[in-house]
Structure formats: structure tokens, C-alpha cells
Design a protein around this ligand. Structure first.
Ligand SMILES: Cc1ncc(COP(=O)(O)O)c(C=O)c1O
Length: 484
């Protein structure tokens, strides 16, 4: 399929970022390798028409022969398809694709150490119990059509109760059940943003949200992070300059940085939204995973919804329980819920009744699940921090008070090539630029602390081997230390 997407030479050059890991290596091979990475990790969508060789050569300051040889290499390896006179499109090779980086890769064959996702295995006992109870209650629903656009009342009540217990009084009418948090984000974007609209995001941010913005043909406007907290001044200036249609924020254990917004900044951000009449979409997918200190205050509890500046909260069962049950939700004022529900109706009509029943029963088991899960994740986080301090003393990471990952400064712009090398050593990761726009964050790596200790140790050892295999790898500040 020849797609309609096209990327210009200058834009591709920006995406490529620091693509020459080794000045002494063949430029055409490095160029081909980097374009392949962009395809594999979803930054360059499939069926995108690449710039003509001459255009890319000018944008990169290379000879046309080098670009042509790079494109030849991509064609030979199955990542580019060309038609004479029409152009060249990104594609994937036939057969099993090297599962390096893509967010959509199969989750491994059991031998790979999968850190491409920041997600935990299911709580086996509670899930088994919830499946049994869901089965017992299913009969009540199977007598009806099974289509319930807004979700089952029992689950809407359970989600509303959880908000209420967290300090945000909520009723069933304010809750729409979705197929996962990602669908919730896409539905909100589909309802509020039109093609061409600007959506203000933190930078870095959750990559599938960036993809959802892209799919809506809206434009993400990034605001970077200062050393600590959120940069409210820049948020204010950017809202003034860019007049975004909405802001999409992850204040609770932000993915990937792990930051948590304090109440003062929540107030300020809410005021900014109200003052500029900018809707705030608050992604609380990770909110239950507080590892240190008090749980965050629900953002919407500090930001009364005024209608002209709605506060829409997105949540999910994926991090609290399991990503394999595709249940999420949207919380907003009832008229907004009804608008978003109309978008859902056009998309998939309703959410699986059985999955909803399972989550309804899992929510009854929230306390015991978290009582076991949080100390385990805290231990894994501390263990990973200790491993890194010992093996990669040049890497810099803060200790996040929640969530599932570290955001590590590698000390050198090598994230993509490191991730590619790591996949050859059986460790699957998402490179830093997956979390940003235009090739940013090549110096950063998201490292989930989701594996048990022994497997995490193996992953870090393999990462050290992968690093040492990089061209010039021993000369960078982040080089692994010798261990006795
Ligand atoms: C911040 C954030 N939002 C949304 C999602 C998507 O969640 P779900 O699996 O429920 O679609 C994730 C999953 O990693 C996430 O980290």
C-alpha cells in the first residue's frame, strides 16, 4: 500500500537526530540503521513516503550517493519499497520482524527480557477469583444485548466509588468505561480536537498519546521539564502563544519521568486552564502506584470543572491490575461524558461485558492487590537503582516516588543504538526518542523496574554487554564500570 503520508527532508533530518554514532563507520549503513529504528519503534509510521534522495542529502549535508546507498540498504533489508517515478515508502520485511523496539512488538518469546513496556504481570490469585465471580454473574447480562455504550452500571459505580474514596466525589453519570486508558485518550482527542488543532503535552510524554494526537492529525506542542516539578511559566507562555485546543498531562507518576506534581502546581495548572479556557485532560493511569509518601490528590479535586474549561480525567485498570484486561475510563461532567460516548459509539459501540465484570470484582480486591504489589515494586525500584549505581556509575536517574520506571540520563546520545544492540542481546526496551518529538531524548532511556530481581540483574548485565559493543562505546561517560 502506498500511503498518503509524506515526510520532508528537513523533518526526517530532525527525526534522525544524532544518527552518526561512529564517524569512522559507513555513513550509508548508519543512516539505513537509524531509519530502520524509526520504523521499528513507530516514530516513522509505515507507508510514509520518504523524501527524494537529493532532498534528504541536502537536509543532512551528505552526498546523494550516500543517501542512495542508504535507501538501497533499506530496500534490500525490506524496510523500504520503491516504485520508479513515484517514490519510496517505509514498510516492514516479510516474515518475523526483528522485534527491537516497536511499541507494538509482540511481548517476547519468553527468552527475551521485556522492558519495552512498563507493565506488571497480573495478580494471579485475585485475577483467578475475579474471573470466577465474573463468570457467575455473566448470566445476568447475557440475557440482554450486551451493548452498553457507557459501560456496566456496576463498574461505573465501582470506578466512581474509587474516585470518591480518593477525595473526588463522583457519580456513575460522570463515568464512561472504555477499552483501556489509550482508548480513553483517543476518544477525548476525537471529541475535543479537530485536525490541525494544537495539543499541549509534557515533553517527554507517553508515546501512544503522541501517536493518538498524530492520528487525529492534531499537532503536539511540547513543554519540557525543568530540574524539578513542572515549568508553569513555560506552560503559561506556551498556552498564550500556541492557543492549544487542550492540554494533556500526566501529573501522577508521570510516564516516563516518574515525577509527581505537587498540590501547589496542580492548583496553578488548574488556574491556567480556567483562565485561558483550555480543557485539561489528566491521565491518571499510573495513579495507584505510589511507592513513597502520600498518594497524589486527584487533579480534578483541586480544579472545579467550569464547563468552559473542563477537566477530564482518564484512568485505567492496566497498571493497578493488568494490561491484558483492556478496561479504562473517563471521568468528566455528565454532558462531556455524553459527548465522548457519542465518539465511542462511532468507534466500537461498547466495551466487553466480561472484561468489565472482571475489573468490577478486581476493584473489590484493590487493597490486598496494592498491599502486595507496592512493596514488591518498591523493592524492584531500589534494586534497579542499586544495580545501575554499581554497573553504570555514569548514568543519572532520580528515584521516582511512584510509577514503574526510571528515566535515565545515559550521558551520551546513544539511546537508539543502545536499544538496538540490547535487542540483539535479548533485552527489549523503548529508546528515549520514542517519548518525544523530532528525535529528542537520544541521551535518555526508560528503564522499567518491572522484572523480578534476578531477571533485572541479567538485563543490566546484557545492557552492559550491549553498551560495550557500540562503536566507540568505551569512550563515553556512561560506560559500564568493571565489576569484581
Ligand atoms: C501514562 C499512560 N497512559 C495511558 C496508558 C495506556 O493504558 P492502557 O493499557 O489502559 O491502554 C499507559 C500505559 O502504559 C500509560 O502509561
Amino acid at each position: 500500500m502506498d500511503g498518503v503520508r509524506h515526510i520532508a527532508g528537513r523533518a526526517l533530518a530532525r527525526h534522525l537526530g544524532e544518527w552518526r554514532g561512529d564517524r569512522a563507520g559507513s555513513a550509508y549503513l548508519q543512516l539505513a540503521e537509524r531509519i530502520k529504528l524509526l520504523v521499528l519503534d513507530g516514530r516513522l509510521p509505515l507507508h510514509t513516503r520518504l523524501p527524494a534522495e537529493r532532498e534528504l542529502a541536502v537536509a543532512l549535508g551528505l552526498s546523494r550517493t550516500t543517501v542512495a546507498a542508504g535507501y538501497d540498504q533499506l530496500r534490500e533489508t525490506g524496510y523500504l519499497h520503491s516504485r520508479r517515478g513515484a517514490g519510496s515508502w517505509t514498510t516492514l520485511p516479510e516474515g518475523p520482524v526483528e522485534r527491537a523496539l516497536t511499541a507494538f512488538a509482540p511481548a517476547g518469546d519468553g527468552t527475551a527480557l521485556d522492558l519495552a513496556y512498563a507493565a506488571l504481570p497480573a495478580p494471579a490469585e485475585e485475577l483467578a477469583g475475579a474471573l470466577r465471580t465474573a463468570g457467575e454473574h455473566a448470566g445476568h447480562y447475557t440475557r440482554g444485548s450486551g451493548y452498553q455504550l457507557l459501560g456496566l452500571d456496576v463498574l461505573r459505580d465501582a470506578v466512581a466509588n474509587r474516585f470518591t474514596r480518593r477525595g473526588l466525589p463522583t457519580t456513575r453519570e460522570q463515568v464512561l468505561i472504555t477499552c483501556g486508558g489509550q482508548q480513553a485518550i483517543a476518544l477525548v482527542l476525537g471529541t475535543l480536537a479537530a485536525p490541525g488543532d494544537r495539543v499541549l503535552v509534557e515533553h517527554p510524554t507517553y508515546p501512544n498519546a503522541l501517536d493518538a494526537i498524530d492520528r487525529r492529525h492534531a499537532r503536539a506542542v511540547p513543554v519540557g521539564f525543568p530540574t524539578a516539578g513542572w515549568d508553569l511559566d513555560t506552560f503559561g507562555a506556551t498556552v498564550r502563544d500556541a492557543a492549544p485546543r487542550l492540554m494533556l498531562l500526566i501529573p501522577d507518576h508521570h510516564n516516563p519521568t516518574g515525577r509527581c506534581m505537587d498540590d501547589g502546581q496542580r492548583h496553578e495548572m488548574a488556574t491556567l486552564g480556567r483562565r485561558t479556557r483550555t480543557p485539561l485532560v489528566i491521565d491518571e493511569t499510573v495513579t495507584e502506584l505510589t511507592l513513597d509518601g502520600p498518594a497524589p490528590t486527584p487533579f480534578a479535586a483541586l480544579a472545579p470543572d467550569t464547563g468552559s474549561a473542563p477537566v477530564i480525567t482518564v484512568g485505567s485498570a492496566s497498571k493497578t491490575f493488568w494490561g491484558g484486561i483492556r478496561i479504562g475510563w473517563v471521568r468528566a461532567a455528565q454532558p462531556m461524558i455524553e459527548r465522548i460516548a457519542r465518539t465511542k459509539a462511532s468507534l466500537d459501540i461498547a466495551t466487553s461485558v466480561l472484561d468489565q465484570l472482571v475489573v468490577t470484582h478486581l476493584l473489590d480486591e484493590l487493597e490486598p492487590v496494592l498491599r502486595r504489589r507496592l512493596p514488591m515494586v518498591r523493592g524492584q525500584r531500589d534494586h534497579l537503582l542499586a544495580l545501575i549505581a554499581r554497573r553504570f556509575p555514569g548514568w543519572v536517574s532520580t528515584c521516582p516516588a511512584g510509577g514503574l520506571s526510571l528515566w535515565v540520563d545515559l550521558g551520551a546520545p546513544v539511546s537508539s543504538i543502545l536499544v538496538a544492540a540490547a535487542s540483539r542481546h535479548g533485552v527489549l526496551l523503548a529508546a528515549g526518542p520514542r517519548f518525544g518529538l523530532d528525535g529528542a531524548f537520544e541521551r535518555f532511556l526508560r528503564l522499567p523496574f518491572t522484572l523480578p530481581e534476578a531477571r533485572m540483574e541479567l538485563a543490566v548485565e546484557r545492557l552492559a554487554t550491549a553498551w560495550l559493543s557500540l562503536p566507540g562505546g568505551t569512550g563515553w561517560p556512561g560506560t559500564p564500570a568493571e565489576v569484581a
